[in-house]
Ligand binder design. Sequence first.
Ligand code: NAG
Ligand code: NAG
Ligand code: NAG
Ligand code: NAG
Length: 552
Amino acid sequence: MYRLLLFSLFLSLLGSSSNASTIGNVGSGKLSFISFFSRFWSESIAHKDGYDSVSSNLDKESALSHPKADVRRLLSSPVKASAVNRAVAAGAIGANWGSQSSHQLPPEIVVRMLRENGIQKVKLFDADYDTLRALGHSEIEVMVGIPNDMLSTLASSPKAAERWVSQNVSHHLTTNNVMIRYVAVGNEPFLETYNGSFLRTTFPALQNVQEALTKASLHDRVKVTVPLNADVYSSASSLPSGGDFRADIHEYMMPIIKLLSDNQAPFTVNIYPFISLYTDANFPVEYAFFDGNATPLNDGGTTYYNMFDANYDTLAWALQKNGFGNLPIIVGEIGWPTDGDRNANLQAAQRFNQGFMSHISAGRGTPMRPGPINAYLFSLIDEDEKSIQPGNFERHWGIFRYDGQPKYALNLGTTNSRSLVPARNVSYLETKWCIMKPNARVNDAQVAPSVSYACGLADCTSLGYQTSCGNLDAQGNISYAFNSFYQKNNQLDEACKFNGLGTITRADPSIENCRFNVMIRPYYAGAGRISLCIKKILMLVMGVTIFFLSDL
Ligand SMILES: *[C@@H]1O[C@H](CO)[C@@H](O)[C@H](O)[C@H]1NC(C)=O
Ligand SMILES: *[C@@H]1O[C@H](CO)[C@@H](O)[C@H](O)[C@H]1NC(C)=O
Ligand SMILES: *[C@@H]1O[C@H](CO)[C@@H](O)[C@H](O)[C@H]1NC(C)=O
Ligand SMILES: *[C@@H]1O[C@H](CO)[C@@H](O)[C@H](O)[C@H]1NC(C)=O
């Protein structure tokens, strides 16, 4: 165990010093495998009821998470529909393109996939050079992101904000012809799980970035925004018309909203009916979807048939109540995961996302905000290194798998084929897997530490109650963990040792919906990233470390 700890420390050091999420051959070390260990074994092996009860779920609880569907008020005041011409033109559907994966698809392949799917807008969480360069000349509209950990620097230094704008906006606009349209300052910085860490820095950072854009004469082309979780507002009456910003952050919200309004910039909100269902077992399931099977919510004569509209209008009311009834709204994230929870599966994700697409395609909007809805699906591609602190579903939000293959039929209304177009020219590692030796015993003393080690550094979120691999037997569970680690480590022989318990096979161990993946080839980016040579050295160090682990 001591060696394992050292090794995990080594990996986390590596991860933070290289600043590259595509090291490819090493794990992120972000997650404590000890905690995963207790989770994995207590939850999955000891036959308890899934991960749900363990995971902290503060992260994405949405307002109106439990609408009182039976509350009917006979208020006569009609909902004011503001039909103002909005500064932010809505258009085709957008997608969030995250980068917390051990193996990213080359950005050129992703950009081509975006274009072939008619996705005309992307939202990024940083300003990765190669990603932006690949988006150059693509005519895809881009929202670049500033991670939360940069907020304090940008808040305290106008110069730092100018440098950020110069390097991450101006340069790409002028030399690479990237259609940058928005800068997202922070990402859900007011989440309760952050304990207020970014409360005081978000506004000054926003202000400095806006000033830097103005100074660079980009303020007409590029708008600032702050993607916020829907928990920044709530409704005392549980009805949209009762919407207002949360009392404890009201004073922090107001200057942000005023700045957005003064600069014709949009308010960005992330809305997640899935999280409401996840955090509240009594949430009326049908209300999360769009096909009209839910008991409608009556808000003074206005009827709400789904949680999205009600939640969106709660924000619209909150803005109106505070004097910003015309502020444009962008839905920064909306989607449904496909694995890692009993409500996360292909059918539900398809039902939700297809329902959402049909819902917004007519351009009718919501009772409070008629007109097109500007939204970005969450997410484009699965990310196997996302934190699972909010829940195991976090790594399964993609409409595409890690390798750019569509997970289910989805008609975005943008392609002739009326379905998702897979990524092309994806190159995979060899067609082989690591499994537990057929003659090894599942109660071998080395099994538990090996599995916890593999799951801590790779991805076992498809194992668990009512997930895609939830029906495996003990041997299958162990093999799944081994293979995940082996693939993440680019099929390095040493990564399938596991104290003599592992063996390599060319027969696909996948069963029914449970897929044992073959990893894609690591992508080595150019500028600004760790060099290939250093990667090779790391790989060697990794191999040696794993070798030493084998006699633990
Ligand atoms: C394998 O894992 C699944 C899900 O984690 C669990 O439900 C099942 O009980 C495990 N099987 C055995 C035999 O340990
Ligand atoms: C530009 O963005 C990248 C990626 O988010 C970041 O690492 C870099 O520090 C930024 N540049 C400046 C000058 O702040
Ligand atoms: C927030 O506070 C809780 C309890 O004090 C602590 O456990 C947690 O680590 C803190 N989170 C952050 C992001 O600081
Ligand atoms: C994809 O691969 C094929 C066959 O290897 C090649 O002819 C083609 O140029 C590639 N396309 C792209 C966009 O790389």
